[in-house]
Design a protein around this ligand. Structure first.
Ligand code: SOE
Length: 381
């Protein structure tokens, strides 16, 4: 019988739902030593927190995260708040001896991230950041193929994350649902929200990034602010594109925008190696495109691998070959790996320390866009 892992969730937005679903589902598909128990959800609005708790089966509700953190019956704190609260909550939760699962990006900037790393490391508590795309089976397969050396020397990495939901000038900034447009709550725009995913995957697949050269743009300069009721300057980057050099000598381009009309969440990456290339597309997330130059020339070409068979990453836990899984399963896999990690004493990745590397790249990208100069990331390579 699995032991309980008591979860205290802070925040109840889109990610609160994705994580709650993962906690509810994981024990039905993975054999684990711990079973997540939805002990408490915390949000300022008690009525809405109660409605969320009823919907997902949380046993109780708190309206002050400090009270939640002090509760003896909570083992792990899940931070699903806007980015500007991550650090304060994580530092306090670590001091209270709680395990921490923190929504991405780790922090507003690398300085905050460093403080969070020190807090969890000196407290010795398990910690992980929800960069969920690592756990899409096709992306994990890409990692396995690279680690097996199938691509050979890597020359190029190319990633984009395109959306179109902020094109309207009528859209306000700030408050629930729109805090991603408010620089005080989010820290940055597409760089921290979308490119952070691309960077996390890239560091995992292709190693450290040493230097970047970036440009950003804020297309809509002023928006009504939901918290002040006034039209205010927009401080986030609406779009960002950057060039990067990896420690392994490969060159990269990264691009993200919320102004690519027609694209809702088009996260794609392509990696070109000496012997083979791979590419992946979030809109078709169960497929990995693979080109192997070693194939017999008369049948050589891009293969579209349907990542559903039981020998594919995580897929033995789900249905029968040929039947697909989706976005939400990446979160289930992340919880499963977190629990395996605490069982074996081997941290599930990315830890706070791993995610700090992404933060350093984001900081360098924003610095480079400001100065117009190539910028060292100072990240591990
Ligand atoms: C923004 O629209 C967003 O929801 C991000 O915040 C998520 O991290 C990304 O996975 C999808 O897009």
């Amino acid at each position: 019988m699995a032991k309980p892992l008591n979860i205290g969730m802070i925040g109840y937005g889109f990610m609160g739902r994705a994580h709650s679903n993962a906690y509810c589902t994981v024990g039905n598909f993975f054999e684990l030593e711990y079973q997540p128990v939805l002990k408490a959800v915390c949000a300022r609005d008690e009525g809405r927190a109660k409605a969320f708790a009823d919907n997902w089966g949380y046993e109780s509700v708190e309206t002050d995260w400090r009270t939640l953190i002090e509760r003896d019956d909570i083992d792990a704190i899940d931070i699903c708040t806007p980015n500007n609260l991550h650090k304060e909550i994580a530092v306090a939760a670590a001091a209270a001896g709680k395990m921490i699962l923190c929504e991405k990006p780790l922090s507003m900037n690398a300085d905050e991230g460093e403080e969070m790393c020190r807090a969890v490391e000196s407290a010795g508590v398990a910690n992980m950041v929800w960069y969920n795309y690592r756990r899409v089976p096709a992306v994990t397969l890409a990692k396995n193929l690279i680690d097996e050396g199938r691509l050979g020397k890597i020359f190029h990495y190319r990633a984009v994350f395109l959306q179109d939901w902020t094109i309207s000038t009528d859209l306000a900034q700030g408050g629930e649902g729109l805090w991603r447009l408010d620089v005080d709550a989010a820290g940055s725009g597409v760089t921290g929200d979308l490119l952070a995913h691309c960077i996390d995957t890239a560091l995992w697949l292709n190693g450290g990034i040493s230097q970047v050269s970036a440009m950003t743009e804020t297309f809509i300069k002023e928006r009504m602010h939901n918290l002040t009721g006034k039209v205010e300057k927009v401080g986030i980057d609406d779009a960002c594109a950057f060039l990067a050099r990896f420690g392994n000598g490969s060159l990269a381009t990264f691009e993200s925008t919320r102004y690519a009309r027609g694209h809702k969440a088009l996260y794609t990456f392509e990696i070109n190696g000496e012997n083979a290339s791979i590419s992946w597309d979030l809109h078709d997330l169960h497929r990995l495109q693979y080109f192997d130059h070693g194939d017999d020339s008369i049948v050589r070409g891009w293969r579209s691998v349907h990542v559903t068979d039981g020998d594919m990453p995580y897929m033995d836990k789900w249905w029968v070959p040929g039947l697909q899984i989706g976005y939400e399963h990446s979160f289930v896999h992340q919880v499963a790996d977190f629990i395996e990690g605490i069982t074996k004493g081997e941290p599930a990745r990315p830890t706070f320390r791993d995610a700090l590397e992404t933060q350093k790249v984001c900081d360098a990208v924003l610095d480079s866009a400001r100065t117009g100069q190539w910028t060292d990331t100072g990240a591990a390579i």
